[in-house]
Design a protein around this ligand. Structure first.
Ligand code: AKB
Length: 315
């Protein structure tokens, strides 16, 4: 039986991915971990340990005691928060990944998943339909750590045979947990304001296009990548992944269909510069070819789903 360790399970992606793994492989197969002990309340359906990924000995000990065979390492400091604490972001994003790769190598872990991001691209990358192998000059600490991390993943695969797989997620949008510290997170907060009848102040300008993805698509892509036969995986850095692209103005329009009085004001801040350095849209044809990836949600479908479920979820 597989034993799947999720690191950073209490975060935005971890909350939903851990549940999806338990549904797919069985509750007894999943071990959730988070550095905050209070997150245990989210995981009454599976084993939970408090774990700081910077503590390599504790990580190795959980892997040994639980007989872990796969690791999903999701803990990271995102782009906007990273710019406020650059050294801390680098330490966690790089140090955490290296601990996971070393433990995976020592304990002969079968598969590792690690998320990269569209943040690996920079101001001089192609803006539209950014190709898999586009020039990359990230200008955030988060983006630099993700680009370096991608090369570490490829290195551990080539040198030690660690089967690490990775996706360059666009901005992820879900309603089951709150995001923390990202530049794309306006697209999560906006739903909470609309549903609660409040005005939304957007920290990006109205025409800022960014690649985004509904959480269900991100979960499907992750499970699909991890299930793909090893010889189908041709990218050992990280796969481009696309769902949809839109601007805050288009998002406002999609919400006006459900909340005709919903108001938005624009007050761009330091996150505008981060967003301006990222692509408008992504070419994910290599993922489509290698493991038959296909997104299901566009902006209209995502908005209809979220406004239907969010009120009940948070009340
Ligand atoms: C962020 O905005 O920092 C993240 C990302 C695109 O990786 N959501």
């Amino acid at each position: 039986m597989s034993k799947i360790l999720v690191i950073g399970a209490g975060g935005q992606l971890g909350t939903e991915l851990t549940k999806a793994l338990a549904d797919k492989y069985g509750k007894a197969s999943v071990i959730a971990t988070d550095f905050q002990a209070s997150m245990s309340s989210k995981f009454d359906y599976c084993t939970f340990h408090t774990l700081n990924v910077m503590d390599k000995d504790s990580l190795a000990s959980i892997v040994k005691i639980e007989g872990v065979t796969q690791i999903y390492h999701l803990a990271a400091i995102l782009s906007a928060l990273g710019e406020k604490n650059p050294v801390q972001a680098w330490d966690l994003n790089m140090g955490g990944l290296l601990n996971v790769l070393e433990v995976a190598r020592d304990h002969k872990i079968e598969k590792v998943f690690w998320p990269s991001s569209i943040a690996v691209f920079g101001p001089n990358s192609d803006k539209d339909q950014t190709p898999q192998k586009a020039f990359k000059d990230p200008n955030t600490v988060y983006g630099i750590s993700k680009l370096a991390g991608e090369h570490w993943c490829e290195y551990y695969f080539n040198k030690y045979g660690v089967d690490v797989r990775s996706l360059r997620y666009p901005g992820l949008i879900g309603y089951k947990s709150l995001p923390g510290g990202g530049t794309t997170d306006y697209a999560v907060d906006i739903y909470h304001k609309a549903v609660n009848g409040q005005k939304f102040t957007c920290f990006l300008s109205e025409d800022t296009y960014l690649p985004m993805m509904y959480m269900d698509d991100a979960i499907h892509a992750t499970l699909q990548l991890m299930e793909a036969p090893k010889d189908h995986i041709t990218i050992r850095t990280s796969y481009n992944l696309a769902g949809m692209s839109f601007s805050p103005k288009e998002m406002h329009q999609s919400l006006l269909v459900h909340y005709p009085n919903f108001e938005i004001v624009y007050q761009p801040d330091f996150r505008q510069q981060i967003a301006d350095s990222w692509p408008n849209s992504i070419d994910d044809s290599v993922a489509k070819k290698d493991w038959k990836w296909q997104p299901q949600f566009d902006l209209k479908a995502m908005t209809a789903t979220i406004v239907k479920h969010l009120p009940a979820f948070f009340n």
